[in-house]
Design a protein around this ligand. Structure first.
Ligand code: ADP
Ligand code: MG
Length: 350
């Protein structure tokens, strides 16, 4: 019989669970509350956050995460402060998403500090707006907290809305977003819900395939800010800093010479007329750290051969250019690595 009786611990756990789920339900917005929403001037909240934190502090906080993007950040903040939505453009792995998230985190105008959507091509308009669950509404009434599941466009009221890789949104979802931006209302089955938010969107340039064009009307509502590839010195310091921080718990470090090789290699590729889409900084950071963790596991010195392999295996899929086949691209990338190695050796001897 004992087996059927709940222990006092089990009773307590289930009571806690019930009260937690009650609390969760209590915290979910009800349709009637959403319909009573007051407008919020998000740009005022942002301006106030900039004023109280001070731009110097904001930039030094950012510098703990991203290097060399101070000017871009000033551009971004000056737009947000007047309520202008921003579109951060740039190649893969230059820090677009990190910049959007870090700035929103630092400003912290709301709790949570931002709502983020990872945009994709199959995203429906109702995934952005939210929808009424007819079955729940019929049984428990329209105002039951589970009868209306709000989407990110509704949840972002009074917040920053990060739309990551916005260029992946299909035209239907773009239209839903445009309507919310234009009218400050989200329309759901005839209900009109106020929603004021400021968008920080990120996007890859048009030469990337598998993406939609951003509609002119939508693009027109955003200030475009470009992140370019960093210059040589900044790039070297990013590679050194970030790869070593991945290795900290292993108690190993990337030798300066390897950082020099990868920096030289990336700069060669970025300036190469045959290459349209350059290598990602992220993949270079991981390639450096990977070559070292491989050496650490095997208990030996780092090998340039491993570095080369780990760099190029990753880059073949992201770098785009004038090549007739993947093999041709790979051979080209290998050849360029050997060039970079020679240059780095010469520079290192100096
Ligand atoms: N300027 C930079 N300073 C420091 N780290 C950077 C910089 N640019 C890129 N990185 C590194 O590369 C990673 C990729 O950044 P991410 O924001 O995902 O790029 P994107 O969104 O442009 O593809 C970051 O987590 C960071 O470690
Ligand atoms: Mg990104």
């Amino acid at each position: 019989m004992v087996g059927f009786r709940k222990t006092s611990d089990q009773v307590r756990t289930s009571q806690v669970r019930e009260s937690t789920s009650d609390k969760l339900l209590e915290n979910l917005p009800r349709l009637s509350d959403l319909l009573k929403r007051e407008p919020i001037q998000v740009e005022k909240l942002i301006a106030e956050a900039i004023r109280t934190k001070g731009i110097r502090n904001i930039l030094s906080e950012l510098d703990k995460v991203l290097r060399g993007l101070g000017d871009v950040a000033l551009d971004l903040l000056s737009s947000l402060a007047i309520g202008r939505h921003v579109l951060i453009m740039g190649p893969v792995g230059v820090g677009k998403t990190t910049l959007a998230e870090t700035i929103a985190d630092i400003l912290a105008i709301s709790d949570p500090p931002y709502i983020e959507v990872a945009c994709h091509s199959h995203m429906t308009a109702t995934e952005l707006t939210g929808d009424i669950d007819i079955a729940v509404a019929l049984q428990a009434g329209l105002d039951h907290p589970l009868a209306f599941i709000p989407g990110p466009l509704v949840m972002a009221h009074g917040k920053i809305l990060i739309l990551d890789e916005i260029n992946r949104l299909n035209p239907y979802s773009q239209a839903a977003l445009l309507q919310a931006l234009q009218e400050h209302y989200v329309f759901i089955r005839g209900f009109r819900i106020r929603s004021d938010f400021i968008v920080i969107a990120t996007s890859n340039p048009a030469e990337y395939s598998g993406v939609y064009e951003l509609s002119e009307a939508l693009a027109d509502r955003m200030k475009v800010i470009e992140i370019n590839y960093p210059d040589r010195d900044v790039l070297r310091s990013i590679l050194e800093w970030k790869s070593n921080s991945l290795l900290e718990h292993l108690g190993t470090k990337v030798p300066d010479f390897m950082v020099e090789i990868v920096t030289t290699y990336l700069m060669l590729l970025v300036q190469d007329a045959n290459i349209e889409v350059g290598p990602s900084i992220r993949s270079a950071i991981y390639a450096l750290a990977n070559a070292m963790s491989r050496a650490w596991i095997e208990g030996r010195e780092a090998s340039i051969e491993h570095l080369k392999r780990s760099l190029i295996e990753n880059m073949v899929s992201t770098v785009r250019g004038n090549f007739s086949s993947e093999q041709e691209k790979k051979d080209y990338l290998l050849k360029k690595f050997d060039e970079a190695l020679l240059i780095a050796k010469k520079m290192f001897k100096k």
